[in-house]
Design a protein around this ligand. Structure first.
Ligand SMILES: Cc1cc2nc3c(=O)[nH]c(=O)nc-3n(C[C@H](O)[C@H](O)[C@H](O)COP(=O)(O)O)c2cc1C
Length: 162
C-alpha cells in the first residue's frame, strides 16, 4: 500500500509521531508532506492517506482543515487514518478533541482514528505559550507523553482492518 502522511507540526511533536508511524508501517511505501512547506501535495498516487494535526487551545490546525476542504472529493477514494496530538489528560476530552478535528464524513470513512498524546517543549514555546502552559500544567519542565502503544495500535488497524 502506498501511503502519504500529511501533517502539521508547530513544535515538532506531531512530526515525531509521523516518523514513528512510518517506522511501524515498515515495508509499506510511505511519503511525508508537511503542510507548512508543502501546501498542496498531490495525493493522487496514494492508496492510503494518514492525516495528523496538533491541538492548540482545543482547535486543530487551520492548514489541515483547509487541506481537507480542498481535497474532499479525492479523499473519499482513499484508505483513511486520522490522528491528533495533544496533552489533554482527560480521556473524554481527548476523544472530543479528536472528534472536533475532522469532518464527520471523513471520520465515518476512516479505518482508524486516535489521540496519540504529545509533548510540552518549553524551549520551542514563545513567551505567551510558556506563560499559558506554566499556569495550566503547573510546571515549566518539558515533558513527553507520546502514546507509543496507541501508535502501534493505530498502525496495526490501518494496515489490517477491512
Ligand atoms: C499554547 C498551547 C496550547 C495547547 N492547547 C492544547 C489543548 O487545548 N489540548 C491539548 O490536548 N493539547 C494542547 N496543547 C499541547 C499540544 O497539543 C502539544 O504540545 C503537541 O504535542 C504539539 O504538537 P506539535 O509539536 O506538533 O505542534 C497546547 C500546547 C500549547 C503550547
Amino acid at each position: 500500500m502506498r501511503t502519504a502522511i500529511i501533517y502539521v507540526s508547530k513544535h515538532g511533536t506531531t512530526e515525531k509521531a509521523v516518523r514513528k508511524i512510518a517506522e511501524k508501517l515498515g515495508n509499506h511505501e510511505v511519503s511525508f508532506f508537511n503542510l507548512k512547506t508543502d501546501k498542496n501535495p498531490d495525493i493522487t498516487p496514494f492508496d492510503g492517506i494518514i492525516l495528523g494535526t496538533p491541538v492548540y487551545a482545543g482547535t486543530p490546525s487551520k492548514r489541515m482543515q483547509t487541506f481537507i476542504k480542498n481535497h474532499a472529493e479525492i479523499l473519499t477514494a482513499k484508505r483513511i487514518g486520522l490522528f491528533v496530538c495533544g496533552m489533554e489528560l482527560n480521556r473524554e476530552k481527548q476523544q472530543q478533541e479528536l472528534e472536533n478535528a475532522y469532518p464527520l464524513s471523513l471520520k465515518e470513512q476512516a479505518i482508524t482514528k486516535h489521540f496519540l498524546g504529545g509533548e510540552f517543549i518549553f524551549e520551542k514555546m514563545n513567551f505567551f505559550e510558556r506563560a499559558i502552559i506554566k499556569r495550566i500544567a503547573k510546571t515549566d519542565k518539558s515533558v513527553s507523553r507520546i502514546d507509543e502503544d496507541g501508535i502501534g495500535k493505530f498502525v496495526t488497524d490501518f494496515i489490517e482492518q477491512k
